[in-house]
Design a protein around this ligand. Structure first.
Ligand SMILES: Nc1ncnc2c1ncn2[C@@H]1O[C@H](COP(=O)(O)OP(=O)(O)O)[C@@H](O)[C@H]1O
Ligand SMILES: [Mg+2]
Length: 254
């Protein structure tokens, strides 16, 4: 499956402060193409900040970021997106008065499904088909023609995911996609993530431990702006350190 040994994402010595607060002290990671990695940690650990730095929302104070071998540390978010990086919250521009499928159709306009083909008619047909496919994939088949305003919070998040997928990302970054979802919605989200195209690299911040551990083959634990542990889902389950972090909020590293 692996076409290249170049990592999908490489971050080196990344730090980010907000005033005197060191939100990320020094982050280092290399994520292989097609790898599924979860980032867990209590509130304020620096997980979203790390995503923001990777997506280009704010620059890091040190270090570099490489996307598929190319340095992107100082590129604007839009250029990173064009290189295959998609992040749910950033591109979730839902059109609240349009239907589910219309939203996805619009997202597809930014991709190869755009009308620049000689066979415009055929392309247009394909775009609706593809939109329908994506809506089904995120578990919203029964809401195909529902206006976004009438969706539940959880359903809107599923739609955001369909729109991220429409961009055909090579690196998909999801920040707590299960937040606010019902049990049934969580299950369909998990299924969708497990069935994701194996070539897509997934970086997932998830508070729901069951999803975080089920979807990923590797888990990074952050605490107080630092990576404090990394391992397979079973190593995470067995880790006393991880248990202490979640129970106490402070670490006793003896
Ligand atoms: N834009 C910002 N301005 C100031 N402080 C921020 C900003 N974003 C995050 N922080 C702070 O950085 C720390 C890490 O936050 P965050 O990355 O959101 O953690 P997590 O996603 O792990 O809960 C927190 O103390 C938070 O208050
Ligand atoms: Mg967060």
């Amino acid at each position: 499956m692996a076409i290249s040994t170049t990592p999908a994402l490489e971050i080196s010595e990344i730090s980010r402060r907000f005033g005197g607060l060191r939100a990320i002290k020094s982050a280092n990671a290399s994520i292989a193409q097609g790898e599924r990695v979860s980032i867990i940690g209590t509130n304020g650990a620096g997980k979203s900040t790390l995503f923001n730095v990777i997506a280009g929302l704010f620059p890091p104070h040190s270090g570099y970021i490489k996307l598929f071998g190319e340095e992107i540390t100082h590129l604007p978010p839009s250029k990173r997106a064009r290189k295959g990086l998609a992040r749910t919250f950033q591109i979730s521009k839902l059109f609240s008065s349009l239907s589910v499928i219309e939203n996805v159709y619009i997202a597809l306009k930014q991709t190869k499904y755009a009308g620049a083909s000689l066979m415009l008619r055929k392309t247009k047909g394909n775009r609706w088909d593809r939109a329908r496919e994506l809506v089904e994939q995120v578990g919203l088949a029964s809401k195909m023609d529902t206006i976004v305003d009438e969706l539940s919070h959880g359903e809107q998040r599923q739609l955001e995911l369909a729109m991220a997928m429409a961009l055909e990302p090579k690196l998909l970054m999801l920040d707590e996609p299960a937040a606010g979802l019902s049990k049934a919605e969580r299950e369909s989200l998990t299924k969708m993530l497990l069935e994701l195209d194996p070539e897509i690299t997934l970086l997932l911040i998830e508070h729901d431990m069951e999803i975080a551990l089920r979807v990923a083959s590797r888990v990074i634990v952050m605490h107080d702006g630092e990576q404090v542990f990394e391992g397979t889902p079973s190593e995470i389950k067995a880790s006393q350190l991880v248990r202490d972090i979640y129970l106490g909020g402070s670490i006793d590293d003896d």
